[in-house]
Design a binder for this molecule. Structure first.
Ligand code: B12
Length: 228
């Protein structure tokens, strides 16, 4: 496998970012696959895709990225994961975790949660996605069954965000607080920053692009809590 020069890598990242902004999904995938053919999928993800997603995440925080562009970024990451799974190769999938995610009880806003799953998987996390309308006991049962240290609960509305309290209660009632960390997110948490603490979350992120960083932090907190 030939070495990529730093200049070549930088040019690839610039090109991918531009394709992302222009919603050129097929061209972006072709570019990443070309890189993967020459340098491996691991390099395509860690040296090209991830830095571009980080840049997109920063742009998102500064509100320089639209929802549509964020969505395209997620789709490009998903396309690469699908291609890597089909073609095989050196990509290290499912090397972190597992983690459990789902929309809380009565919440059917699946789009945000699906994007969170894609970005976590692209960062190497094994994700158990329980879907919509997940009861507190289902979340915790799945965490126990799979040995997950982080549960990610998505809630889009104020009414359904209130259901996160029941999930907090369930985790604590089973004596799993600290070992199982509770990540929360969704539109309403962006509108009301205090809500995360009010409903008993351990952390939140305002977009799927920031979710891998949050899950890393919460996973480390879980290990610390267990060691303490
Ligand atoms: C699309 C949509 C729907 C679709 C959902 C389709 C689907 N399959 O997802 C449909 C039509 C089904 C729907 C239904 C309803 N909706 Co609606 N919906 C929306 C809308 C327009 C966009 C939501 C969305 O998909 N955003 C795009 C995604 C990518 O962004 P996101 O959800 O914020 O997720 C990102 C982050 O928040 C974060 N994130 C998300 N989850 C998590 C989890 C973790 C752990 C982390 C770390 C991060 C994270 O990452 C994501 C990606 O970056 C919003 C308006 C808005 N501006 O949000 C209203 C909105 C959420 N809906 C609303 C309402 C009221 C309803 C209904 C009650 C309408 C009705 N009368 O029937 C129903 C309720 C359904 C239910 N019980 O869940 C209200 C909620 C009001 C409130 N604040 O309480 C909103 C805000 C609209 C409004 N202004 O009134 N809705």
């Amino acid at each position: 496998m030939t070495e990529e020069t730093p200049m070549g890598l930088e040019a690839n990242r610039e090109a991918l970012y531009a394709l992302m902004l222009e919603a050129e999904r097929e061209k972006a995938l072709a570019m990443l696959l070309d890189h993967a053919r020459r340098h491996g999928f691991q390099s395509a993800v860690s040296e090209v895709l991830e830095p571009v997603l980080e840049r997109a995440g920063e742009a998102w925080l500064r509100e320089n990225l639209s929802l549509a562009q964020g969505y395209v970024a997620g789709k490009i990451a998903e396309d690469l994961l699908v291609a890597a799974a089909e073609i095989g190769g050196d990509l290290k999938l499912d090397v972190k975790g597992p983690v459990v995610i789902g929309n809380v009880e009565d919440d059917y806003h699946s789009l945000g949660r699906k994007m969170v799953a894609v970005f976590l998987r692209a960062a190497g996390w094994k994700v158990i996605d329980l879907g919509n309308d997940v009861a507190p006991s289902q979340f915790v049962d799945a965490a126990v069954e799979h040995g997950a240290r982080v549960i990610g609960a998505s809630a889009m509305m104020l009414t359904t965000a209130e259901n996160v309290r029941h999930l907090r209660t369930e985790i604590d009632a089973r004596g799993m607080g600290g070992r199982v960390q509770l990540a929360v997110g969704g539109a309403v948490f962006k509108l009301r920053p205090d809500l995360m603490q009010e409903v008993g979350g351990d952390g939140t992120a305002s977009s799927a692009i920031q979710a891998p960083e949050l899950f890393e932090r919460l996973w480390a907190q879980s290990l610390e809590a267990e060691g303490a």
